[in-house]
Design a protein around this ligand. Structure first.
Ligand SMILES: C[S@@+](CC[C@H](N)C(=O)[O-])C[C@H]1O[C@@H](n2cnc3c(N)ncnc32)[C@H](O)[C@@H]1O
Length: 263
């Protein structure tokens, strides 16, 4: 998918794909500039999926949750090339991803806004050493941990690992949240266009978990069994992308963010 050398998990090849959708038809600032810079770095830029509403909803939904929480220290896991740090300039921002992605992201963001200070952590999220690096950059204040386009690639063992690492960080007024996804809604899996989106990302990432559907009820039980309190918040649906279809409205009408705290 990209010309860069992929030494990490093949999932790293998905890093820039949601951004291409966001740049194609949404009003989110900096997406187009980042895509242009990626092209200069030799990344292949495939055609957008025509379903930018999906990435737009989660992107804007995340910024709304962070803004409403009033929390100013944020960790974005599997950040890829999202422009959140540029669009939330007042937040103390920490991004985690594989080294190839972090190297390119750092270069691009510092070119777009040389004054924006972001802490970049290169590493495998499911390794303790990465969390040790994150810890070193945290200041003692409430923290948001969030991820977009990431949790649908995890299995129960990985979700349990994340809980163990994130719970101590969000103690004292913090939250962990992620968007709802097609993987957590088996009822949409027989809609061919939506299924095709998951199959495409499964093929590129070589991660089969995407179509290992889990129901809302089962995911709720699983997360509660790890000692998490769950709050649900309807997904963001004020979509600017002209590809926001009737089908999109049905999907987003059923999606709710997962907002987690310690019980
Ligand atoms: C589908 S992309 C989403 C990127 C971005 N969050 C977005 O919404 O545009 C998934 C991202 O998670 C990163 N990722 C997945 N598993 C990871 C892991 N175990 N360690 C570090 N990064 C990981 C990938 O490299 C990729 O950038």
């Amino acid at each position: 998918m990209t010309k860069i050398q992929n030494k990490s998990d093949p999932i790293v090849r998905t890093s820039h794909l949601p951004l291409i959708d966001l740049a194609s038809s949404t009003d989110i600032p900096f997406c187009k500039s980042i895509v242009d810079e990626l092209a200069k770095l030799g990344y292949e830029i495939p055609d957008p999926t025509g379903k930018a509403w999906l990435a737009e909803s989660r992107y804007k939904g995340s910024e709304r949750i962070i803004f409403e929480s009033g929390i100013t220290q944020v960790i974005e896991l599997g950040a890829g090339f999202t422009p959140h740090s540029l669009n939330m300039p007042k937040v103390k921002y920490i991004e985690v991803d594989f080294p190839e992605t972090i190297k390119a992201k750092k270069k691009i963001v510092s070119k777009i806004n040389p004054l924006r200070k972001v802490t970049y952590i290169s590493g495998e999220i499911f390794e303790d050493s990465t969390w040790e690096k994150i810890q070193k950059h945290l200041v003692k204040r409430p923290t948001v941990v969030f991820c977009e386009g990431f949790m649908q690639y995890t299995n129960p063992q990985k979700r349990k690992y994340l809980t163990k690492k994130i719970l101590p960080i969000i103690q004292g007024g913090g939250i962990w949240f992620f968007e709802d996804s097609l993987t957590f809604h088996p009822e949409f899996s027989n809609i061919s266009e939506l299924r095709a989106l998951s199959e495409r990302m499964k093929r590129i990432s070589k991660n089969k978990q995407l179509t290992n559907y889990i129901t809302q009820e089962d995911l709720t039980k699983e997360l509660e069994s790890y000692g998490l309190n769950i709050q649900r918040k309807p997904s963001f649906n004020e979509i600017s992308s002209p590809d926001y279809s009737q089908e999109g409205k049905i999907v987003l009408g059923n999606f709710k963010n997962w907002i987690l705290t310690g019980s």
